[in-house]
Write a protein that binds this ligand. Sequence first.
Ligand SMILES: [Zn+2]
Length: 325
Amino acid sequence: MKNDIESANKGESGFDADDLNLIKLAQEYSDEDKARELLERLRWPDGAICPHCKNDGKTKPNSKLTPKAGSKSAVRKGVYFCGACRKQFTVTVKTVFEGSHIPISKWLMAWFIVCSSKKSVSAHQLHRVLNITYKAAWFMAHRIRFALGGDETKLTGTVEVDETFVGGKGEAKTNFSRHVPVVALIERGGKMHTRVVSNVSQKNLGQCLNECVDKSAIVNTDNHDAYKPALKEYKRHDTVNHSRDEYYRINPDGSIATTNSAESFFSLLKRGVIGTWHRISAKHLAAYLDEMSFRFNRRKDANLFLDTLRHMVTAPVLTFEKLTA
Ligand SMILES: [Zn+2]
């Protein structure tokens, strides 16, 4: 039976986004069984599929094991038995939740907080509000970020490309060496990608463009010379001259040359770095950027929380060993 939040007005598994807040989520999904059943409905809308052999249960049924009262070796709740490979599985196997000792209900809350925090949330904050250890919160936040990355869609139309530097606080003589260059590529009115580069050279900028932008695009940049060679292959290259205070220009054909969307993203990013994360290592910067751009790309999605959960049950999984390598 569907509960109130899910059946509100968005069909089978949709929340009423206007009506959803952390209190409602806590009220309806703090129960671990309900939280797990929500994941099962999102991951397997047509019945359980074995994550080991992909058996969908149509010819060789997957059966749910029921814990027997009084049994010495009682099975955990939510365990299925695959009719094909005969292995056991649960909804969390091969997902971001696998092997986590944090209850699914707390994962749901963490996802909700990450989705609804425009300037992100720190591991310290998750540690405090979810009552889990800092180390668990830190790993959880990184697993979430890792799951949000990996979008390879090429940008088209008019694409704004700009670069900024992140970090570099401290003494003036060592300041510059700690600056990490970041490139943002934003399809006007659409999606965006980010890249961390070692420096803003012609080669690095060319590679960012090649990976992220379709050759049919009109590309807008500032008048940094390093963009020019790579952009010869694109439909058109419009520049604005920031050193002459030109940030916005209407071309003779009525189109607009600007990098203001990229500038807006950078100001949000820097508020995240200064106001939320405080200190991020260059090693993990790309993951923080993935999180920021994931939210930016879905800024108009009224059902972001559930859509993100759907994404998460099929998203790539980060192991602790890989994270700390
Ligand atoms: Zn199987």
